[in-house]
Design a protein around this ligand. Structure first.
Ligand code: HEC
Length: 111
């Protein structure tokens, strides 16, 4: 009996933590985000181009949060490029960067 109660409590705790982790993560489409990033941002943000090389792995999840929150892109020289994207597209790009950030479970370099 004691074991069963313990198991139930553990299951509930694990389910709850899983749900909260999922709620914290951005919910765009990361595959579309990758496509958009390569189409609209990579031309400048790659080695040998005009701006610093950028890939999801270039920053931590917390850093990507900062870049994409509170319209902080308005301080960047590429502000105009951001403004060409719809809110939905920016959410997709953010999701791609966040889910493959340096400290994510699956860090990725954009190729
Ligand atoms: C026309 C070229 C160009 C395009 C296109 C462009 N950027 Fe930029 N971006 C720059 C330049 C120049 C800087 C200033 C820093 C530098 O020299 O790399 C910059 C800075 C940034 C930074 C800050 C760099 C850092 O290390 O924190 C981020 C983040 C960024 N851009 C994201 C984007 C995203 C996302 C897109 C696509 C929506 C994009 N950029 C499109 C030229 C561009």
């Amino acid at each position: 009996m004691g074991k069963k109660v313990l198991l139930t409590v553990l299951t509930i705790i694990m389910t709850l933590s899983f749900v909260s982790v999922n709620l914290a993560a951005p919910e765009g489409n990361k595959r579309k985000g990758k496509y958009l990033f390569r189409k609209s941002c990579r031309s400048c943000h790659q080695e040998g181009s005009t701006a610093v090389e950028l890939s999801p792995i270039s920053k931590t999840q917390a850093d990507w949060d900062k870049v994409f929150s509170n319209e902080s892109y308005k301080n960047l020289p590429c502000k105009a490029e951001w403004e060409k994207q719809s809110d939905k597209d920016l959410l997709d790009i953010y999701t791609y960067m966040y889910k493959h950030a340096f400290d994510s479970p699956s860090p990725l370099k954009c190729k």
